[in-house]
Design a protein around this ligand. Structure first.
Ligand code: SAM
Length: 242
């Protein structure tokens, strides 16, 4: 691959991911809007609608970062429900805590946790989401099993993640964008080219639609369906704990 990240041993990947999110935390939200031209809001809206969270449900937002998804779910579950925001990175959770407080969201517990080893009792949640997070996880199969375990039987997992563009033309444009424009924007706006190179590279290495679907099925999910957004630049996978 372009930058040789594939050679990075497991422990180093974990450190690199930590370094990336420590360094981008304070600029994270602005960069999201900038890099996706605001479209990440529509992708998240799609996941929120597909999740169909109802009053009284228990929802876990894994790798939730600054809490975009959690904030919406907290409106939907109402006073008898529960939303937990979790992430491995303290700096991202710090931003999340500040932003949720700014928006007047209270009663939303925040838990620092690795998606591979979620510290929740089995069968705790009706719905789990992981938005642009699975890509960063070292052992994705382990994380999928860990999320499956924390779901009640019949509960649903929604994975929102970059995926593989379905057309060749789009794929070419997207390559130009992510390997040229993205690092440049990272340098100019966040003074951090390396983190945005990591972003582009991690997207390329992430399993495509079909592979991720098989991984979910192997981890204990059924009726798994894939929804391509923006021509497959992003995909949502929804599966139910069997
Ligand atoms: N879900 C948020 C959103 O969509 O705006 C944040 C996404 S951000 C691109 C990815 C997040 O994954 C970061 O906050 C990072 O700390 C977190 N992350 C990386 N590895 C993780 C792991 N093993 N377990 C839990 N979270 C992890």
């Amino acid at each position: 691959t372009h930058f040789g990240f594939q050679q990075v041993p497991v422990g180093e990947k974990r450190q690199r991911v930590a370094g990336v999110f420590d360094s981008v935390a304070s600029k994270y939200d602005v960069m999201n809007d900038l890099m996706s031209f605001g479209v990440h809001r529509l992708w998240k809206r799609f996941v929120i609608d597909l999740a169909g969270v109802r009053a009284g449900e228990k929802v876990l937002d894994v790798a939730g970062g600054t809490g975009d998804l959690s904030r919406e779910f907290s409106k939907q579950v109402g006073p008898r429900g529960l939303v937990v925001l979790s992430d491995i990175n303290a700096a991202m959770l710090g931003e999340g805590r500040r932003r949720l407080a700014d928006k007047g969201v209270v009663n939303l517990p925040i838990v620092q946790a690795n998606a591979e080893m979620l510290p929740f009792a089995e069968e705790s949640f009706d719905c789990i989401t992981i938005g642009f997070g699975l890509r960063n996880v070292t052992d994705k199969d382990k994380a999928l099993r860990s999320m499956c375990r924390a779901l009640k039987p019949g509960g649903r997992l929604l994975v929102l993640e970059f995926s593989k563009p379905t057309s060749q033309t789009l794929s070419k444009i997207y390559d130009q964008y992510s390997f040229k424009l993205l690092p440049l924007m990272g340098r100019l706006v966040a003074n951090d080219e390396a983190s945005y190179r990591y972003l582009a590279e991690s997207i390329r290495m992430h399993p495509d639609q079909q592979t991720l679907k098989s991984m979910m099925d192997a981890a204990g999910f059924g009726r798994t369906q894939v929804y391509n957004l923006t021509g497959g630049v992003v995909a949502v996978h929804r599966g139910f704990r069997i």
